[in-house]
Ligand binder design. Structure first.
Ligand SMILES: [Zn+2]
Length: 331
């Protein structure tokens, strides 16, 4: 009887051990999977770049301001993407003269389709969207000699049919806005269609004032850094309105010197950082795998700030050596 009891409890223990072990094995496997996931995350693709977008290029409207903004980028040799309206472009002599001087045949600038008459594309049928894209592309091609590959949807509004229509007319880049609902992920490589939305802006629309108001450069720089960390790139939108004076509640064709100064200082400041300036269509071409994972950069920062100890920091360096990322010279 006692023997039987011993045998039974031994058997019971064995079952429990089996149960615990299988649990243990699972836990180890889970952990391994998690670690693999983490390791995958450490291989990041980033452009570490910034693209500026100037929307609403058109005839006879705040043209002194459009010209000044283009000149600021031209003089600093900073790339700029121009969102041009198809219908309302090509007759304003003052604007055209400056565009001829600075934009044509200058690889700093790139022309984007910004609709025919600034339509809300989400209110159009797929067929009408396609027709308007095509019409604007043909008009801009006749002027600039190149058919735009980028579409900046007016009001940043687009839908699935917009993307289908763009593909049908061989357009590759859509630049809307995260605020207007374009959601990550935004693949940076190995695709034949890219979405690089606005992730920061120099002017925000104020519903109270019913107009755009300027954003301070400190806030813009913060947004740029956040955007590059999150998505590997930043797209900054500008509108001529943000740089114009207001008279009787209306934008007038007169420079707002404070805002212009803010922009110049912003550009000068970014030029001091290790961030590339590109046009929108070069974000994918400039994207590459980061050889040093972000968590190691964080460790280095924390170590410098005294938030982690030497031992922990050395371990992260040892990891880099083991992975062959960091090579220590023999002599
Ligand atoms: Zn617009």
């Amino acid at each position: 009887m006692i023997d039987k009891m011993i045998l039974f409890s031994a058997f019971f223990s064995f079952i429990i051990i089996l149960f615990i072990e299988s649990d243990f094995v699972e836990a180890v496997q889970d952990n391994k999977l998690q670690n693999e996931g983490n390791l995958e995350n450490t291989i990041e693709i980033s452009c570490n770049c910034i693209a500026f977008r100037l929307d609403d290029i058109q005839d006879y409207w705040l043209d002194d301001i459009q010209i000044e903004l283009i000149r600021i980028f031209y003089e600093r040799e900073i790339p700029l993407t121009l969102g041009v309206l198809g219908k309302n472009f090509g007759n304003d002599e003052k604007l055209i003269l400056e565009i001829n001087n600075m934009v044509l045949q200058n690889s700093l600038f790139e022309i984007a389709n910004h609709g025919w008459e600034h339509e809300d594309f989400t209110k159009l049928s797929a067929d009408d969207q396609k027709k308007l894209l095509k019409k604007t592309n043909e008009k801009l091609q006749s002027f600039f000699g190149i058919s735009p590959e980028i579409f900046i949807p007016p009001f940043n509004n687009f839908d699935d049919e917009t993307i289908q229509s763009m593909k049908a007319v061989n357009m590759t880049y859509l630049s809307s806005s995260i605020v207007k609902g374009d959601k990550p992920p935004f693949p940076l490589k190995n695709s034949n269609f890219y979405r690089f939305p606005e992730t920061a802006t120099l002017g925000e629309y104020s519903f109270d004032l019913d107009r755009f108001v300027g954003v301070k450069k400190e806030k813009v720089i913060e947004d740029i850094e956040k955007s590059i960390d999150n998505y590997g790139f930043a797209v900054i939108t500008m509108h001529p309105q943000e740089f114009s004076m207001i008279k009787d509640g209306k934008n007038v064709n007169e420079l707002n010197i404070d805002q212009i100064t803010e922009l110049k200082e912003l550009l000068d400041e970014i030029q001091e950082y290790n961030i590339k300036f590109v046009t929108l269509d070069k974000i994918n071409q400039n994207s590459k795998e980061n050889s040093i994972p972000q968590w190691i950069k964080n460790n280095a920062e924390w170590w410098a700030a005294g938030k982690i100890d030497d031992q922990t920091f050395i371990q992260s360096l040892q990891y880099l050596v083991k992975q062959g990322i960091l090579i220590i010279p023999q002599n």
